[in-house]
Ligand binder design. Structure first.
Ligand SMILES: [Fe+2]
Ligand SMILES: [Fe+2]
Length: 185
C-alpha cells in the first residue's frame, strides 16, 4: 500500500486537532493559507511548502499547553510551541524550509511577535499562515459566518502594516468578499 505524504500529514494534523479539542483548526488554516497564496500568485513549489507547514503549524502544542486559545495569543506559549514544532518537523524527511516556516508562524509584520522578527526577515509563507491562523482563532464557528465577517475584515484591515503584511491583507480581503470562500471552509 502506498500512502502519500499529503494524506499522512492530513491524518496527523486531524489527530492533533482532536487531541487539542479544536475541531478542524489545521485544515481550516491550511485552506485559508492556500487561498491567500493562490490570490498572491505564489509559485507552485512554495504553495506545496505552505500546504505542509500549515497542516503541521501547531504540532508543537503539547498537552501541557492545554489551553489551545492561549497558545495562540500568549506570546510565551506561542514561542514554546513554535520551537517544539520546528524541532519536530526538522527531523521529518521534508524540505528544511517547512520547519522554518512553522517556527515563525506567530511572528508579526511589525516585529512584535514570538521571536521578535519583522517582515524584512520573516518568510512570506509564515506571514500567510499567521493571518490564516488568526482568522480561524477569531471566528466562532458555532455562529453563522455572515454575522462575524464584517467585524473580522475590519480588524484585519486595521492591522494592515501593523500585525499583518499589507499584500497578504489585500489578498485575504479580496477572497473574504466572496461567500463561496466562507461556505467552503
Ligand atoms: Fe500556533
Ligand atoms: Fe494555529
Amino acid at each position: 500500500m502506498k500512502i502519500g505524504v499529503g494524506n499522512l500529514l492530513s491524518a496527523i494534523s486531524h489527530l492533533i486537532d482532536i487531541s487539542q479539542g479544536r475541531k478542524e483548526h489545521a485544515p481550516k488554516v491550511t485552506y485559508i493559507s492556500l487561498q491567500i497564496a493562490k490570490q498572491l500568485q505564489v509559485e507552485k513549489g512554495e504553495i506545496k511548502k505552505i500546504y505542509y507547514a500549515s497542516f503541521l503549524h501547531d504540532i508543537g502544542i503539547t498537552v501541557s499547553d492545554n489551553n489551545f486559545y492561549a497558545s495562540h495569543v500568549n506570546i510565551q506559549l506561542a514561542k514554546n510551541h513554535c520551537l517544539l514544532g520546528y524541532e519536530f518537523v526538522r527531523k521529518l524527511p521534508l524540505d528544511e524550509e517547512i520547519s522554518e516556516i512553522i517556527k515563525y508562524h506567530h511572528d508579526f509584520y511589525n516585529g512584535l511577535g514570538a521571536f521578535g522578527y519583522d517582515h524584512t526577515v520573516l518568510p512570506l509563507a509564515s506571514q500567510i499562515i499567521n493571518l490564516a491562523d488568526q482568522i480561524d482563532i477569531n471566528m466562532n464557528w458555532s455562529k453563522p459566518y455572515y454575522l462575524q465577517v464584517d467585524d473580522l475584515k475590519e480588524w484585519v484591515w486595521k492591522n494592515k502594516g501593523i500585525l499583518f503584511n499589507p499584500s497578504i491583507v489585500d489578498a485575504f480581503l479580496d477572497i473574504a468578499d466572496k461567500d463561496k470562500f466562507w461556505l467552503d471552509l
